[in-house]
Design a protein around this ligand. Sequence first.
Ligand code: GLN
Length: 191
Amino acid sequence: TPTVGVLALQGDVREHARSLVESGAVAVAVRRPEELDQVDALVIPGGESTTMWKLAVAFEMFDPIQQRVKAGMPAYGSCAGMIMLADRIEGGIEGQQTLGGLDMVVRRNAFGRQVDSFEYDLDLPGIQGFRAIFIRAPWVESVGNDVEVLARAGDRIVAVRQGPLLATSFHPELTGDARVHSYFVEMVREL
Ligand code: GLN
């Protein structure tokens, strides 16, 4: 049984943990480097990527997470978490850093400029009709050759995978539908 951490600096920690448990993982909140050492994989929730970056630095978690990701730890970023896993971002604040790992450009608040939040039914590999909730959501502007596009909303890329890294623009923890978390836990089991 994989142990999956949920980065607990900000965001829907409890909801992510519930969906992970429903997917057959052990879920633990991760706030300190010692806790990160105990997990096989990490979920980075939504919230505010500028704040999450600053909190990660303040809690001395930024470098340890980046090192684990570089070493191949599976990670799943939702919304602000997607921004954190992007190698490059558009619309960031001055000096904003990401953990990186996913070879893509993500545009912050991209949908948010049009409408603050919305729901959209989309398909992912092996998942039909997932009700995705977008809140001031980013979209993926472009991806490198090794990035697999898993889902689009209209013509915008909203879910991607590159090896052990998964990211979605939307918040699957808010619907009580654990299929995206199950997809991630399955990735963790396979790696
Ligand atoms: N707009 C937020 C950001 O830029 C992300 C929104 C979210 O996580 N719901 O970090």
